[in-house]
Design a protein around this ligand. Structure first.
Ligand SMILES: [Zn+2]
Length: 421
């Protein structure tokens, strides 16, 4: 393949992905707008019309911002950085500042990341301080917003630089199979990260306090022993520091597993409802969703690294990006930029698998806690998070990792198992 053929192929894919996203976004906005004044029949007793309208307005606001972001970042910035010569310019600057070698490679990778970060900032700020604030969700102060960015960048340097140095070393020392060694390093790195995340990384951003003694703790401990599940601890996180959205999650791996509740969730749900939400999360563990997800990720990483190993030696790849000479820093940055344009057709498949797992976790919760409590917890979460009950079916099919509320609650009420797909 020649450089210009590669360029044309890439541009066609980027434009197709952007057109597809815009079309889906417009469909979603129209659908939500059309159903703004009617609560779906199953929810009439659970969600008042004002809450339903609020969810519609919130969804529409987010959708409009997403459309602007798609055009500005996923199309304009991406084309500028790749075929527009942006990456080549960053790389040339890195070479002028640092000559050849590791520093230049690192500067190219982080230079591209910095451009992406800065370009995305206005959108993040708008989302937090305009949209979230307008709908009463935002609790992030400007100081916290900046502190989060600074900590995020510091973390990405602290974790990313050692990993990149290892990759550069493999490229120089390990011959044409460097990408296979890189895969091994990537797996070790991911497992390490999952293990240290709850104890060392998450506390940089939030405070975690052990769950108090009382009815809730008793209920949860009962549930855990009923399901034969061991966790390292039960914690409450100060999610209210950033937003009033509520959630619960599991974190960690093996013996470092922790159960975390957002304080905002604790304020709104009854102990029985929290137990049902937790039983759903336990369902993900019991059905082996987490190791399976990791296995899929590792397999995908192997395929992508093999592709990168091939592109690294392919002159057309560098010509398409306007680069004069092959080198690993630019290859990594260019690959990371090009990749999403080619993976978007797989999104519906990933969403489909995720939704199937949600049904399985719901069925587990219904069997080990209470379906009725989970239904009322979900209805409260939909209401309080202003999540739309009436997504466009096609938009939902492509993007949603959770089944639409109507379908989910219908399954729980009828006590049906996950649909076989
Ligand atoms: Zn789930």
């Amino acid at each position: 393949m020649t450089g210009s053929a590669f360029t044309s192929l890439f541009v066609v894919f980027v434009l197709a992905a952007v057109a597809w996203r815009i079309w889906l976004g417009v469909r979603q906005a129209r659908h939500v707008q059309r159903h703004r004044d009617h609560v779906p029949p199953d929810f009439e007793a659970l969600i008042p019309i004002e809450a339903h309208r609020k969810a519609a307005d919130y969804t529409l606001d987010k959708q409009r911002l997403a459309l602007a972001e798609t055009v500005a970042i996923d199309a304009a910035l991406l084309l500028f950085l790749t075929v527009g010569g942006g990456l080549a310019a960053i790389d040339a600057l890195a070479a002028r500042l640092f000559g050849e070698g590791t520093l230049r490679e690192l500067a190219t990778v982080y230079g591209v990341m910095a451009v992406g970060l800065v370009a995305g900032l206005p959108f993040d700020a708008w989302r937090t301080f305009v949209i979230e604030a307008r709908h009463g969700f935002n609790r992030t102060t400007p100081g916290l917003f900046v502190a989060d960015i600074v900590k995020g960048v510091a973390l990405s340097l602290a974790l990313g630089i050692p990993l990149l140095m290892i990759v550069f070393w493999f490229v120089r020392a390990a011959g044409s199979l460097w990408w296979l060694y890189t895969w091994g390093a990537w797996i070790a790195f991911t497992l390490l990260l999952v293990t240290v995340f709850p104890r060392w990384i998450a506390p940089l951003f939030n405070r975690f306090t052990p769950l108090e003694e009382g009815e809730l703790r008793r209920r949860i401990e009962n549930l855990l022993s009923r399901c034969g599940f061991r966790a390292e601890g039960l914690f409450v996180m100060d999610g209210s520091k950033r937003s009033s959205h509520g959630n619960a999650y599991f974190t960690g791996f093996g013996r470092t597993k922790r159960i975390v509740f957002f304080d905002t969730l604790m304020q709104r749900l009854t102990p029985a409802e929290i137990e049902a939400v937790l039983a759903h999360e336990l369902g993900h563990f019991a059905r082996g969703h987490i190791p399976r997800l990791l296995a899929v990720r590792f397999a995908l990483a192997l395929a992508l690294l093999a592709l990168l190993g091939w592109l690294y030696r392919e002159p057309a790849f560098y010509q398409a990006l306007g680069l004069n000479e092959p080198h690993i820093g630019a290859a990594l940055a260019g690959f990371a930029l090009l990749l999403p344009a080619f993976t978007f057709p797989f999104q519906p498949l990933a969403s489909l698998i995720a939704r199937k797992q949600e049904f399985e976790a719901d069925a587990f919760a219904a069997a080990n806690a209470s379906a009725t409590d989970l239904v009322s917890a979900l209805a409260k979460l939909y209401r309080d998070n202003a999540s739309t009950l009436t997504p466009d079916p096609l938009h939902s099919l492509v993007y949603d990792s959770h089944p639409p509320a109507v379908l989910r609650i219908d399954h729980l009420r009828r006590g049906r198992e996950a649909p076989s797909i």
